[in-house]
Write a protein that binds this ligand. Structure first.
Ligand code: KIV
Ligand code: ZN
Length: 515
């Protein structure tokens, strides 16, 4: 039945990063972008280049690294934003500029303080300017879900005439209901005279838990691009979850007249990568990517599934990349087997040095833990890609004493700017004592906003994956660490966070600031 292509536009690196605390470094964004490219995502929105020099650099780095997917940069309908986006996207094999301006009465009056005619004029001007950089231009009337239909029709017709090739309809505040949003898309396509010259897209927020439902209803009414994020990350309650949109369309081909070109077996890799990097754990009962998504607990269900899988399962776990805790490598596995398995997992390490570093960590881990699972490899590589060349602080040794009735104590040795320095501290628990000892040495002034531990696989020999969120002078970073010893994992995560929030050059030349 499937005829049309449904374009998947991933905005994990842009709207996803707008989730409070989900900041990612440039290298982390490149790693995620490569995983998305491998999954055959059509368009990757890599960031908002005007927002900061860091955002600009990240979009540029993704544009350099990705060749199979179109790389997109966001820009308000302002010349300076569009020029900056155009500049950042220069290295891309295929680029898109996504420009937007609000069209709802409340946004135009209260936020922009502009008349509708001025908004329309600015939108047309922005699209024409963006076409000077690329012939692939997307326009979004922000808060379209609360905009007046007549004005929406006029502005959409005008931007298509000006050269917009995609028209994206955002439900910016997640206010619409599925039947209503579907109707909106159908009406726009029917009423806008030149609608056949652009792809209609949707971008739904999840404030009422309806982002996926609204997106799918739009697809049934003619939308042929969905904007979404891995694990549904995004501003406030998030965006439509990519994995849910893709799997619904794929599973219900009896209903949908279109399909995506995605390699769904890469979904789990992307999901783990994004949750590891951002520190946003996936809830166990999350559709598709939660640990319980394919687990059958009740006896009746188990019995049914054993007799015939289809009794209770509408998809196969392996189709989305769940590899039933397969033991992949062991202590005697060589460097080639290690590299091949990483490639199978869609993990590409930037350099030979990174591969060597990851392989050394793998050998260390294999000594402690006999069975190495895919999840272990993913955590290990997340650790290896942590910009080690730029580190000014490293964990050399850690000893903790924790005993019933006694105050826990930690003795830590750090390598700081080329010198080994020891410190001891006590605390309310072994992790608290460890962080205090580290702080005695670095005196960073950071605020710890989040501390979380997840077991990577099941069993008491599992690695603990720790995320710490650190705040300093308006910047937030997530530090990660993994180890079979969760106190060591915690120390690694803290040190990783410190390296991200205070770069070496900033310590040596504080006047350089956030470059
Ligand atoms: O939610 C929204 O309206 C957006 C636009 C920039 C598309 O993120
Ligand atoms: Zn949004």
């Amino acid at each position: 039945m499937s005829t049309d292509k449904l374009i998947i536009f991933d905005t994990t690196l842009r709207d996803g990063e707008q989730s409070p605390g989900a900041s990612m470094t440039r290298d982390e964004k490149v790693r995620i972008a490569k995983a998305l490219e491998r999954m055959r995502v059509d368009v990757i929105e890599a960031g908002f280049p005007i927002a900061s020099p860091g955002d600009f650099e990240a979009v540029q780095a993704v544009a350099r690294a990705v060749s199979e997917s179109t790389v997109c940069g966001l820009a308000r309908a302002l010349d300076k934003d569009i020029d900056r986006a155009g500049e950042a996207l220069k290295p891309a094999a295929a680029s898109r500029i996504h420009t937007f301006i609000a069209t709802s009465p409340i946004h135009m009056q209260m936020k922009l303080r502009m008349e509708p005619e001025q908004v329309l004029e600015q939108a047309v001007h922005a699209v024409k300017r963006a076409r000077g950089f690329t012939d692939n231009v997307e326009f979004s009337p922000e808060d379209a879900g609360r905009s007046e239909i007549d004005f929406l029709c006029r502005i959409i017709e005008a931007v298509i005439d000006a050269g917009a090739t995609t028209v994206n309809i955002p439900d910016t505040v997640g206010y619409n209901l599925p039947h209503q949003f579907g109707e909106l898309i159908r009406t726009l396509i029917e009423r806008v005279p030149n609608s056949d010259r652009a792809v209609f897209s949707v971008h739904c927020h999840n404030d009422l838990g309806l982002a996926v439902g609204n997106s799918l209803s739009a697809v049934l009414n003619g939308a042929r691009q969905v904007e979404c994020t891995i694990n549904g990350l995004g501003e406030r309650a998030g965006n439509a979850a990519l994995e849910e949109v893709v799997m619904t369309v794929q599973t219900r081909q009896d209903i949908f007249p279109c399909n995506t070109g995605l390699d769904a077996s890469r979904i789990m890799t992307c999901s783990r990568l994004v949750s590891g990097i951002t520190g946003f754990a996936v809830q166990p009962n999350k559709a598709i990517v939660g640990v319980n998504a394919f687990a059958h607990e009740s006896g009746i269900h188990q019995d049914g599934v054993l007799k015939s899988r289809e009794t209770y399962e509408i998809m196969r776990a392996q189709d989305v990349g769940w590899a039933a805790n397969r033991i992949v490598l062991g202590k005697h596995s060589g460097r080639n087997a290690f590299r091949t398995r990483l490639q199978d997992l869609g993990i590409e390490l930037g350099s030979e040095e990174e591969l060597n570093d990851a392989f050394a960590r793998f050998k260390e881990l294999a000594d402690k833990k006999h069975e190495i699972f895919d999840e272990d490899l993913q955590a290990l590589v997340t650790e290896s890609g942590l910009e080690a060349g730029n580190d000014w602080v490293k964990l050399v040794a850690l000893k903790v004493c924790s005993e019933t009735g006694e105050i826990p104590n930690a003795a830590v040795t750090l390598w700081i700017d080329g010198e080994e320095q020891p410190a001891t501290a006590s605390g309310s628990g072994p992790v608290d004592a460890t962080f205090r000892a580290i702080e005695k040495l670095v005196d960073s002034g950071t605020e710890l906003q989040l501390y979380s531990v997840n077991n990577i696989t099941s069993g008491t020999d599992s690695q603990g994956e720790v995320t710490v969120r650190l705040y300093l002078d308006g910047r937030i970073v997530n530090g990660q660490g993994a180890d079979t010893d969760i106190v060591i994992a915690s120390a690694k995560a803290y040190v990783n966070g410190l390296n991200k929030i205070i770069r070496r050059q900033e310590r040596e030349h504080p006047q350089l600031g956030d470059v």
